[in-house]
Write a protein that binds this ligand. Sequence first.
Ligand code: NAP
Length: 224
Amino acid sequence: MNSAPEQSAAPVVGILGAGRAGTAFARTLLRAGIEVDICSTRSPKALRHHLKIYAPGAHPVEQDVIAQRTRHSGPGIVVLAVPQEELDEVDPDVAAGTVLIDATNTWHDEILPGWLQAAVDEQMPTSQGIAGRFRRSSVVKALNHISHHELEDAADPDLPMSQRRAAALAADSDEARARAMALLVRMGLDPVSIGPLAASSLMEPGGPLFNRPLRRPDILRHMP
Ligand SMILES: NC(=O)c1ccc[n+]([C@@H]2O[C@H](COP(=O)([O-])OP(=O)(O)OC[C@H]3O[C@@H](n4cnc5c(N)ncnc54)[C@H](OP(=O)(O)O)[C@@H]3O)[C@@H](O)[C@H]2O)c1
């Protein structure tokens, strides 16, 4: 069912997952003047009340149109904020043709889908497993290492770049990296590329960039 709102002139970002992380991303994007389409396992109607509380102004949509409005000015951006253990239930084609920001993490004893566990078993960061699964998107690892508690205070578009919280990102595509960096700047962060997806283990739980109040030099210190 197509439940996307009408086309608008403002940029639109799609968010898969409307929990703690997804709604924190939505609030931060909305504050920056970016429209947000968001979906979860619930129907748009069922999600509406939740969003009134946790992300007022975000548009609830069906999962199959999550990328639709994001594409009106080039390949759009969709943020993946669904727990990794649920990723078998997400059709990778819903994000086809987009820059997919993988904001997910593996938590404790989460039982991962077989394809993701296989990547982990090969010592890959999970973003590489996700890139293999979402192969019709350009995957960028970002936004996973800042807690939903902190994001809204940490991201401040009014601050000069040198005083902003730094946000690491990793990508194999330069074009996708550039699009994601522009979004992070607009959200009020100072994006710092740490290289290809293979480097993104630095950003995972247990890595030196995870859940720390970083400035640009703190991230650059960890780069080869
Ligand atoms: N919490 C944080 O501070 C934080 C920060 C950065 C990154 N992350 C990462 O983001 C991911 C989500 O974490 P969270 O804390 O937001 O989890 P959460 O609060 O449990 O929310 C999970 C959301 O995903 C939705 N979902 C589950 N299966 C889905 C599916 N098949 N299709 C679409 N939506 C689906 C849920 O839908 P319903 O609402 O319908 O149940 C819910 O809205 C995790 O990998 C986490 O590590 C979390």
